[in-house]
Design a protein around this ligand. Structure first.
Ligand SMILES: [Zn+2]
Length: 141
């Protein structure tokens, strides 16, 4: 399958203050998770207050980057013209070793994605500011 360069720019995430630390870490090729300094809960997505103990303190810890596919969808219809020549592709929900779940793309064909498949965080540099989470399949079947 060949990939053509799309004439439309790729849609990119809007970085707001609550998520800036997350995106800056991805740009450094680090996967961070917000950790409450009070109750030590992993919080994802990042938020201004801990949903468990309501603390307004914010801390971060580095994720191992290892996880397992919890669920996924195979996208067959492009939600934006940029994706038109990239379908079908899988979007995976990964349960990380630390217990939080995060959505990303994956570098294997959608028909190979399986529940519980071990994956590792990878990083796709899109421009000077944005890197996206793209999981590597460790043991594609
Ligand atoms: Zn807390």
């Amino acid at each position: 399958m060949s990939r053509q360069t799309s004439p439309v720019p790729r849609p990119l995430p809007q970085v707001d203050p609550d998520h800036a630390h997350w995106w800056e870490a991805l740009r450094r090729h680090e996967l961070l998770v917000q950790e409450c300094p009070q109750c030590k809960a992993c919080i994802f997505p990042p938020q201004p207050a801990c949903p468990y103990c309501r603390s307004l303190e914010r801390g971060w810890r580095r994720s191992s980057g290892r996880g397992k596919v919890y669920s996924w969808v195979v996208v067959h219809r492009a939600s934006h013209p940029w994706f038109a020549d990239r379908i079908p592709y899988a979007a995976v929900l990964v349960e990380m070793e630390e217990g939080f779940r995060v959505v990303g793309s994956i570098d294997c064909p959608p028909e190979r994605v399986q529940e519980g498949m071990p994956v590792e965080a990878g990083f796709e540099d899109v421009d000077e500011q944005i890197s996206l989470l793209r999981f590597h399949a460790n043991n594609p079947v």
